[in-house]
Write a protein that binds this ligand. Structure first.
Ligand code: PMP
Length: 363
């Protein structure tokens, strides 16, 4: 669709290189493409969530200060409520961060972020939409942080924000603790965001970094553990940072049903959510063994998905699976070492079995 001239002159030029996020449409009996959780919540939990979500008064705005939700998040994370900023998914928190921090750092000629490649696309997208430069440093051959490359990028670009997803999407790897520490040390004049969207599936978390380093904040979300419909994510960080970011947040960002259901889930469903995450982590290992038996390569994962190497070009395997009703995620458009890689979300046992049966025929 051509953009009218008057509009082109008004739009940020960076929008020309961006695309709206559009999930693959169509009916797929098995959807293993979006890193959501399969339906594992009990009927009782679902009924209680539905009851909890209903507003007392449909005519009133939600709590602008998110008091109960931030208390519940703080209790879960072992921090204080004023160290928590909650948003419409961690996506919104990323937007808020970049709106607040979109100015060039002293000594830098442009506002920029540094992140890894491949990683979660929203860091770059949100940065570019604000006219910031995005410097991507390729992960090493084992999909871990390339410390030397990241240190060079930090020195050269002087970024305002460094984003490290750990476990990373789409590779599933937790960053090595010593490498992450080295990047944080090198970026002591920037804000380092450690994105823990997948931490519920990992053997250790990195929240202690927030106490240890004043320039580190952690992102988390309810989206991967069975509550993506609520769109609730948050940042844990220094209270001075949270207070500044809160000036950018829309006052009524989270609707009443999301605030109430998320608060209920955090307070009352902890055990059930932990059991569901443990089931996914177990299924992940079973699925990995099945894929390896088929001769595919599978990177060690600490997330709710697998990073799978294919013999045939990944785009062809993706199409063949889709034609058989199984949707996964392919990054072949990026080329290079991603041209033979698929990201496969762990599903229910029967979905994973179906994936194994179909991929055996086409990978
Ligand atoms: N961070 C990472 C690393 C992700 O993979 C995702 C979801 N794909 C998000 C953040 C966004 O999650 P949310 O649903 O909380 O916006």
């Amino acid at each position: 669709m051509p953009t009218p001239d008057f509009l082109s002159a008004l739009l940020r030029p960076e929008l020309a290189e961006l695309h709206a996020y559009t999930p693959v449409a169509g009916h797929f009996p098995v959807r293993l493409d979006a890193n959501e959780s399969p339906p594992l919540l009990s009927a009782e939990a679902r009924a209680a969530l539905a009851r909890a979500a209903v507003p007392e008064d449909w005519g009133r705005y939600p709590d602008a200060r998110l008091v109960e939700l931030r208390e519940a998040i703080a209790a879960r994370c072992g921090v204080e409520p004023d160290e928590v900023l909650a948003g419409v998914g961690s996506d919104e928190v990323i937007s808020i961060l970049l709106t607040a921090l979109s100015r060039p750092r002293p000594g830098a000629d442009a506002a920029s972020i540094v992140t890894t490649s491949p990683t979660f696309v929203m860091y770059k997208l949100s940065a570019r939409a604000r006219g910031m430069r995005a410097v991507e440093v390729p992960l090493d051959a084992g999909w871990d942080l390339d410390v030397a490359g990241l240190v060079r990028a930090v020195e050269f670009a002087r970024p305002s924000v460094v984003f490290i997803a750990s476990p990373n999407n789409p590779t599933g790897a937790l960053a090595s603790a010593d490498r992450l520490e080295a990047v944080i040390a090198a970026a002591s004049d920037a804000l380092v965001i450690v994105d823990e969207a997948y931490i519920d599936f990992a053997p250790r978390d990195q929240l202690a970094l927030v106490r240890k380093h004043p320039n580190v904040a952690v992102l988390r979300t309810l989206s991967k553990i069975g509550l993506a419909s609520l769109r609730v994510g948050w940042l844990v960080g220094d209270r001075a940072l949270v207070a500044e970011l809160d000036k950018v947040r829309q006052p009524y960002n989270l609707p009443v049903p999301s605030q109430r259901a998320a608060t209920f889930a955090l307070r009352e469903l902890g055990g059930e959510l932990r059991r569901a995450a443990a089931f996914i982590a177990e299924e992940r290992e079973r699925l990995a063994r099945g894929l390896i038996e088929l001769g595919l390569s599978v990177a060690p994962s600490h997330a709710n998905f697998l990073w799978v190497g294919t013999r045939r070009p990944a785009g062809e395997v993706f199409e063949a699976l889709a034609a058989r009703g199984v949707l996964v995620r392919s990054f072949h458009g990026a080329g290079g070492r991603l041209a033979h890689r698929l990201r496969i979300t762990v599903g229910l046992r029967e979905e994973n079995d179906r994936l194994l049966a179909e991929i055996a025929a086409c990978a």
